[in-house]
Design a protein around this ligand. Structure first.
Ligand SMILES: [Zn+2]
Length: 304
């Protein structure tokens, strides 16, 4: 699926839209169930930020290797190269296989009808090496699929780390909209974007905020979510501890988890950002991309 999607993107980018680079700048290699990131600077058109991300991921891979964390033991499993997918100009998403090729979803995940976008944080440590978010996501998978939660997969569709690297989270999220889960129950109708760290007292990095704006703009455009100033949407909840099933909910189209459930998520600093200009940045980014976004993203869900 992912490679099919990549092929579409490459064809599209070859034939006109203003994409100056192909999604082959970074690679992730999976060896015996452990992931190691390596650099494949296949073209010379990386911008400065992408080069910084590349350098960070390489450093993390080297550190992991030196500490014996990666690659794993044994030698039977073939290596799998996972390429980031360019979903919009300058926005790359690392497919789920880069952190979870050996951690499949526990069951099929239904498609979602998207009406709004919901921002979360992991509420985990802000101290992790470049590329180390993958271990945080793997821990989230272990918890979310445990008996304590019983979910099919990590509950968030996308993760963003403090270098601004974007990861596909829940299985299928790159291909189309999938239903989420959430602590406190999921009211439904949202795609979830989760920042890796705890933003109760700490601001997200500039790179993280920049990627958050871009991911929200891309998803809003992909799923026709209104991002005009003051945009709201109304739906009937599927059931959270704040809005029980059947209750009509009206919300801003870009919201924080605390708007849907009684929780501190996504942390005061990120929540303040949402109401302090981030929504306007998303709308401006979307407008800046208009005409440059690929037709491939506009095709919408590829699942029935
Ligand atoms: Zn949350």
């Amino acid at each position: 699926m992912i490679f099919e999607y990549l092929a579409i993107l490459r064809r599209r980018s070859d034939s006109g839209p203003k994409l100056e680079r192909l999604p082959l700048a970074l690679g992730t290699i999976l060896t015996n169930g452990r992931t190691t990131t390596l650099a494949r600077v296949c073209d010379s058109h990386l911008n400065r930020r992408e080069l910084i991300i590349t350098a960070g991921l390489v450093a993390a891979a080297a550190a992991a290797t030196m500490t014996g964390l990666s690659p794993g033991t044994g030698s039977a499993a073939p290596a799998t190269i996972v390429f980031p997918v360019q979903v919009a100009p300058g926005l790359f998403v690392l497919p789920r296989d880069c952190w979870g090729a050996d951690l499949p979803p526990r069951r099929a995940i239904d498609a979602e009808t998207v009406q709004f976008l919901l921002v979360h944080h992991t509420a985990s440590s802000n101290t992790y090496p470049s590329g180390g978010a993958r271990d945080v996501i793997r821990s989230a998978y272990a918890f979310h699929t445990s008996a304590a939660k019983g979910w099919a997969d990590v509950c968030y569709e996308f993760f963003i780390d403090h270098d601004g690297v974007v990861y596909e989270g829940r299985d299928g999220a790159l291909a189309g909209p999938v239903r989420a889960d959430a602590t406190g129950g999921s009211q439904g109708f949202a795609q979830l974007v989760c920042l890796v760290g705890d933003f109760t007292d700490t601001d997200p990095t500039a790179a993280m905020t920049d990627s958050l704006v871009r991911v929200l703009a891309w998803l809003a455009d992909r799923y026709a979510v209104d991002t005009a100033p003051g945009a709201m949407t109304t739906f009937v909840s599927r059931g959270s501890q704040r809005y029980r099933a059947g209750v009509e909910v009206t919300t801003p189209t870009i919201a924080g988890h605390r708007d849907m459930s009684y929780t501190e998520c996504p942390g005061d600093r990120v929540y303040a950002g949402l109401t302090g200009g981030l929504r306007e940045q998303v709308h401006a980014q979307r407008a800046a991309w208009r005409g440059a976004l690929l037709q491939a993203e506009r095709l919408g869900p590829t699942r029935p």
